[in-house]
Design a protein around this ligand. Sequence first.
Ligand SMILES: [Zn+2]
Length: 344
Amino acid sequence: MGRSVVLIILSLFLCLGARAQQDTIAVQVDTLDRPADIGSGLPFFAKGHGAPVDTLDVGDGRIQIVLKDDNTWYFIKNVSALAESDLFTECWREHIVNPYVNTPLDSIPYRVTVCLVDSVSRFVCPHKGKVFSKFGLRRGRRHTGCDVPYPTGTPVYCAFDGRVRLAERHKGYGNLVIVRHENGLETFYGHLSRIDVAVGQWVHAGDLLGLGGSTGRSSGPHLHFETRLQGHAFDPEWIVDFENGTLRKNVFVLKRSYLSPYNKYVPDSIDEEEEIYMTDEQIRAEEERIAKERAAMKYHTIRSGDTLSGIAVRYGTTVSKICSLNSGLKPTTILSIGRKIRVK
Ligand SMILES: [Zn+2]
């Protein structure tokens, strides 16, 4: 009797173990070196066959280390812990392209450090190629991603580890896959001819998401690739060098201003270490400076009869200064009534 209870408990344990194994992502294998000061006569681990013998939590339990009986170890991501985190539960909508519509730009911290790769997370370029249509304004419309030529049927790879949030056809995008990543970003893969993943699926960097194509509003086979932070798109070329298929940075300091469609950010080729390691005082000083700058900003709503020179006189400034504060505004621009322009 006692023996069968033990057997039942043991088999239950094994079942749960097998399940946990399926729910996790193996990432990296490394070897635990035997410390030099351990004498050769002392018993250490008996070399086994690579069977997992223990799992250790690291940090908040989202990453675990599995120790094996052959003195090696590997990292796994604890997917069940990740699934419960805010990142993968808040604004998680499976049929809405941008579920962050109620997240205005102002609510994003003015500076977010995005860890793109580390010892357990890698990057794989979705496809190498020369970007032929860049992020930004294109024929008067905002192009929220960049386009890479893509022969129909070519595999599209996932850029970072994450979970598929959307995988279906959407008007302009055609067949679209959106993956949310642990680094807080979402990546978009549009115009696919075939989708090979399902919503909710956990994926690795380098996993096949589908095949390139020309579905949706597309003038020929290409991949439309987007990077977004809480629904706000920024230029993927700031972080990805598509021609070489590499990341430009390991850590990306994303300032809120970069998310504005009119930003003028130009990326450096090296990580902005100073920015990453700013002290609390420096961050506070920077926040205060920005708050002061925002408080000093003044706007004017155009009324009938307004002219730029009249507005400049009224606010004690010049036409050229006003133009420099408003992207696209020229001294000759016809002012439409109701338009809000920045004057200071
Ligand atoms: Zn595009």
